[in-house]
Design a protein around this ligand. Sequence first.
Ligand code: F6R
Length: 241
Amino acid sequence: MDIRVVKDYEEMSRVAAEIIARQVRHKPESVLGLATGSTPEGVYAILADKFKSGEVDFAKVSTFNLDEYCGLPESDDQSYHTFMENHVFSKLNIAPENTHIPDGNAKSLEKECASYDQKIAESGGVDLQILGIGIDGHIGFNEPSSEFSDGTTIVHLDESTIEANSRFFIDKTLVPTTAITMGVGTIMKARQILLMISGEKKAEIAYKALKGPVTPLVSASKLQEHPNVTVIIDEAAGRLL
Ligand code: F6R
């Protein structure tokens, strides 16, 4: 793992955005795995600026999002479809037909899981996967478990995740309790992984994920076994490393 400790959220975002921009310049038809949440918001804003100034062109890029809530309409303010539209798709020139987010309202969620993994494989696989980490160590929505998940799967969200994500909802009872997520196996197939970690609240889990034993109780710890992971972590989150 290439662990880079940077000063703060802004620097983390700048460094990560430069890695993504370099990837797209190097391979214009790159397949990017994308995350939602507070962690990548800064990166997406910088990429939008880079696109505006003509520094990067996303016309040939394809994207696959990590996850989506189940049972929340795509048009809901808090759906990951809406997040992506607001922060990424409306700002960059990615062709709409090249963007993919799992359908949390599919009639058969089981079929949706299998078809999502198939689409990723048909695209040639993810070149660069962007990740944040949950305070329980999840990547995607792969919550602590007795074994690492393999392909895209349906999960029940942990109480700590529901609590953390309730900051975006009017009421905690409105946070969906299930989600569809790329599995840890799906994530591990990416050729390169970029994990961003920011803030004091993430310090303990960052230590467990990066320096602790590899265990399905901390999904992100599996990344220690990936041959090409860059971790960009700010000083607050990295204080125990
Ligand atoms: C989001 C995702 C999650 C988040 C994690 C951290 O698509 O898959 O694993 O990366 O919950 O969320 P933030 O960045 O809001 O702290």
